[in-house]
Ligand binder design. Sequence first.
Ligand SMILES: NC(=O)C1=CN([C@@H]2O[C@H](COP(=O)(O)OP(=O)(O)OC[C@H]3O[C@@H](n4cnc5c(N)ncnc54)[C@H](O)[C@@H]3O)[C@@H](O)[C@H]2O)[C@@H](O)CC1
Ligand SMILES: Nc1ncnc2c1ncn2[C@@H]1O[C@H](COP(=O)(O)OP(=O)(O)O)[C@@H](O)[C@H]1O
Ligand SMILES: [K+]
Length: 525
Amino acid sequence: MISAFTGQQIRDAEKPLLDSGEGAVLMQRAAYGLAQEVVRQVKRKRKLTGASVTVLAGKGNNGGDGLFAAAFLARRGMRTTAVLAAPEVHPEALAAFTAAGGRTLRLEPGNAEELAVMCAGDDAIIDALLGTGARGGLRGAAAEMIASLQELRPSLVVACDLPSGLDAGTGEVHWPVLDADVTVTFGGIKAGLMTDPGEGCAGRVELVSIGIEPGLRSVSPELRRLTARDLGRLLPAPDRRAHKYSRGVLGVVAGSARFAGAAVLSVHSAALAGAGMVRYLGPESAARAVLSRTPEALWETGDPGRVQAWVLGPGVDGAEQLRRVGDAAKTAMDTGLPVVVDAGALGALPDRCPPHWILTPHAGELATLLDSLPSLGEIAVTRDDVEARPLHFVRLAAELTGATVLLKGATTLVASPSGVVFSQSEGIAWMATAGSGDVLSGVLGAVVAQSAEEVRDDDGAYAALGLEQADRWAAVAAVAASVHGRAGAEASANFEGGPLTASAIMAGVPRVIGSLAAEYDRPRP
Ligand SMILES: NC(=O)C1=CN([C@@H]2O[C@H](COP(=O)(O)OP(=O)(O)OC[C@H]3O[C@@H](n4cnc5c(N)ncnc54)[C@H](O)[C@@H]3O)[C@@H](O)[C@H]2O)[C@@H](O)CC1
Ligand SMILES: Nc1ncnc2c1ncn2[C@@H]1O[C@H](COP(=O)(O)OP(=O)(O)O)[C@@H](O)[C@H]1O
Ligand SMILES: [K+]
């Protein structure tokens, strides 16, 4: 599992080392790691000697890291320029940079545009204006220069610790921000690099160890991300004596006369993701479409019989389907079964849900959901609000509803009601296509139906993540989000990176599950 931390958590971990006088050593390690990454990136394109690099240096330690890194690069034969964005910058770092032969320029009111044009053509730009000590975003000439550079699209931007203007803990962005190709971050990944909108500005994230890592081991991370290896361990697989009922039966209330496709996608994805059986509840017209794509599914017209979990809501429309949603929700609540609540069912929630109810809104649906909660009071929440502060709002929704909340997006966040949050980002932008969320609902339903026992087992794979029972449902949802994202990315890769349909994402699911199981070296069923 990858952990990410707030700026404060990182500073707390640094403190004992700073107190014992090791601050300069930490900075050298950070600067060396940053310089190495610049060297690697530049060498992919050209010879290092004579290549040009500009460091944009702010007044704090972030600027210090950048200037020391540029001193290393000057000694490796690069043509180095420092644009100093404050009257005073880190004095030792500036001295080292000058001694290594670097040239310095001062950013002043009036020369921002000119300096931006001057360095936009460089082989590399290092953004070392603001780091974890930032309050708010760039202002004045620094903001002007960054806005101009962003328009000029430099060929390589390496952010020092985090792109300047990002909030390290929340991922909120104070514009303007210069999009990085690579962010070299020190000691621990900042949470703002694993949640939008911050993650969208950070490019690839490289972690450089500087010696504070032991101090972070006992810290509860702000964000967690499951790796392929974690998924291999967590994904359900049948044992030798399994039968279809022991495997996990999923009940699905989805679709309607108007939106039959949502039912087709949800049911078929659940079957492909390994549900032992899928029981479908819906109108005849949708059921016909479901059965022609998934003859394995059962159309339940009366009492649906036993299931291990429910998916409620994709494509649900009209009183008849909402009544089925209500009946299934009541049974699930009475019997303690896990439920995935999507789309049309999000408006029909009880006042308080348990953590094994997993809500799957996109940003617009989350805003509507929050607006409908009396506990939020008079505050109105819009889609734009959610997109600007997804981590804040997904946590708030989980806290106020009591459910686990999966917020869909380029980065998908899953919050447990106690505030544990997973972030998965394996998907690609082609996945923003109609029906993609219906596929996720089916995959999630299947994973939930098959994992309920493992979640409750205190010696099981979910417990091994170090999570309380109530927080483990967030990990289950993160597993499904990751499988969905990987299926989309792999399907698009099979089309040379071309566009996707929801059906193509769905078709990629079994292969992703199979290859992830192999990752953990687990025998296949
Ligand atoms: N503490 C340490 O020993 C280490 C710190 N490291 C680096 O140090 C950074 C943190 O250093 P700092 O705490 O000095 O913080 P920053 O380098 O982020 O800068 C904070 C400084 O900028 C000013 N400032 C804050 N917000 C501003 C804004 N919106 N516009 C203009 N100026 C603003 C503050 O007054 C303060 O002087 C990290 O991101 C990392 O790059 C690394 O060198 C590793 C070791
Ligand atoms: N830009 C993006 N990059 C990666 N994945 C995305 C992006 N936009 C959306 N997705 C994913 O695609 C799915 C879209 O779901 P949703 O909005 O419910 O679509 P629909 O209702 O059409 O099925 C979600 O799983 C979401 O995480
Ligand atoms: K920075």
